[in-house]
Design a protein around this ligand. Structure first.
Ligand SMILES: Cc1ncc(COP(=O)(O)O)c(C=O)c1O
Length: 285
């Protein structure tokens, strides 16, 4: 049985109930995070919490929780859910008013909801056992504040479904200039002639914790060249390797794009090097 946390109480997930007037439900008016945890060890906790704080500030939700309070809720969720390989979902919505009205309500407490779900074991840098991914591509039709990790994910859901309907695992997105932004639930990297590139952080993409850790680890611990720059879709379509990154996937090697092979259609050597370094250094942060 999965144990959740709702407004200061730990309880079985099935018993967690919120008001239908909760603005998270009515408007998608909230911020969320997914923090991976392996055997009770949280990965990138501080970075996730910083992004959560930025998001709450970005949409003016006031929640006066200390880092220690978040940490103790996360630790307790891990313990109560068996301390295995877990994704910890943390959500703060603007709370439930007594009416439906767009303007921010006054004197309403935010709703804090957290639960844990099982994720796969931390991936190893092994070509023979690594999970591979196939992707579709589509023009990015989401809002202009994709750097905010909002619970209003309908745009992402529709983009993800496009890939899913094609039998793919993800959808890679591009703006009206045919420049890569990100994927529906991941950031994207390409490799060409051993040079790794990923779009720079701006309002078109989420500042992924995995993306940022990977860039930092590669810069500090490898001689590989890594560029944060505008990446055109022509480059994506002609890349030697494509990777999609997220907290629960780490670095996912993409071997098929719109039905065509990426590079030689196999996992690349640069991925092995990157995943190896990521595994080695991911808890340094
Ligand atoms: C749109 C989007 N981009 C990127 C990511 C990857 O972010 P992170 O590495 O912090 O999980 C996610 C993760 O959920 C996402 O939803």
């Amino acid at each position: 049985m999965s144990i959740a946390f709702l407004n200061d109480i730990f309880l079985p997930l099935e018993q967690a109930k919120i008001s239908p007037l909760d603005r998270g439900f009515l408007f998608g008016d909230g911020i969320y995070e997914v923090v991976p945890s392996y055997a009770g060890k949280l990965l990138g906790f501080n970075a996730h919490l910083d992004r959560m704080k930025d998001g709450l500030k970005g949409i003016s939700i006031q929640l006066n929780w200390s880092r220690e309070k978040w940490k103790s809720v996360c630790d307790e969720l891990c313990i109560q859910n068996g301390n295995g390989n877990l994704g910890l979902y943390l959500q703060v919505s603007r709370g439930a008013d007594n009416k439906r009205y767009h303007a921010f309500p006054e004197n309403v407490d935010p709703t804090v909801f957290c639960f844990a779900f099982e994720i796969g074991a931390s991936p190893s840098a092994d070509k023979s056992s690594a999970k591979t991914f196939s992707v579709s591509t589509e023009e990015d039709l989401r809002w202009q504040r994709c750097h905010i990790k909002s619970t209003a994910l309908l745009g992402n859901v529709l983009h993800f479904q496009h890939g899913y309907d094609n039998g793919d695992d993800e959808t890679i997105l591009y703006n009206d200039k045919h420049e890569l932004t990100e994927a529906a639930a991941c950031n994207v990297f390409i490799v060409k002639n051993c040079v790794i590139s990923t779009p720079p952080l701006d309002n078109q993409l989420l500042p992924g914790i995995t993306r940022n850790l990977l860039v930092d680890i590669l810069q500090k611990h490898s001689n590989l060249e890594i560029q944060e720059r505008i990446v055109h879709m022509d480059e994506v379509n002609n890349a030697d390797e494509i990777w999609i990154t997220s907290s629960t996937k780490e670095i996912g090697p993409v071997i098929k794009i719109d039905g065509r092979p990426v590079g030689n259609g196999m996992i690349g050597d640069i991925w092995v090097e990157a995943q190896k370094l990521f595994t080695q250094h991911k808890y340094d942060y």
